[in-house]
Design a binder for this molecule. Sequence first.
Ligand code: ADP
Ligand code: MG
Ligand code: MG
Length: 251
Amino acid sequence: MLEIRNLHARIAEDGTEIIRGLNLTVKAGEVAAIMGPNGSGKSTLSYILSGREDYEVTEGDILFNGESILELDPAERAAKGVFLAFQYPVEIPGVATMQFLKVAMNEQRKARGEDELTTPEFLKRVKAAAAELQINTDMLRRPLNVGFSGGEKKRAEILQMSLLQPSLCVLDETDSGLDIDALKIVSDGVNALRSPDRAIVVITHYQRLLDHIVPDSVHVLYKGQIIKSGPKELAHELEANGYADIIGEAA
Ligand code: ADP
Ligand code: MG
Ligand code: MG
């Protein structure tokens, strides 16, 4: 479903290369975890997947269902079913969360040539998904992410994901800022999205998230490259020994 081939990318503004020959394949039905020390390029990779203009791809390709998405803008990628849950969700003052969700869902339907949802059908879906994530409806009346706690922001991201049902979900440090209870709720929300026709990429610093969202594969990102891939046990190995051994091996 996702194939990243020899990707090189730099910061558009100053030309610093952050991604340096990254290869990664994630199949439909798979949950892949990307781990790595701070500053490795994990968030940069998620921005590049989403199509942010602050980064330039200088070499390599990103294929989604066999087709390059490099030339597509963020909205076109979203319409194809790519969803990014950011480490720092964007605040949108003046737009109630509920309204944002309605526009997002209807834009997606429009892109697929489907009719707009009726208001009762929309409300039914939002309420059901919000209840699963223990989000109360008061929060949905507030502007998106404005004044939300860390945990509320992450839950709002997962709510968008469960309503949009993307085929590729990328979650950047969804566990950061979550207490144990919120971590469980958010993880349950992500696990509910596991499906044979969907791929999920979980970017995380800590193994603890992977106790809740058990990955099929683990990839270590360091200095803009995947330096090691392995089964879920690799995350435990990293937790026990840190990154130093693997970085040394790769060097
Ligand atoms: P991670 O998510 O793995 O902690 P990041 O992708 O956030 O790493 O950052 C990788 C490196 O790229 C860091 O050294 C960071 O400072 C740098 N970087 C990323 N984006 C920018 C940017 N827009 N401007 C300046 N430096 C950046
Ligand atoms: Mg970081
Ligand atoms: Mg990051």
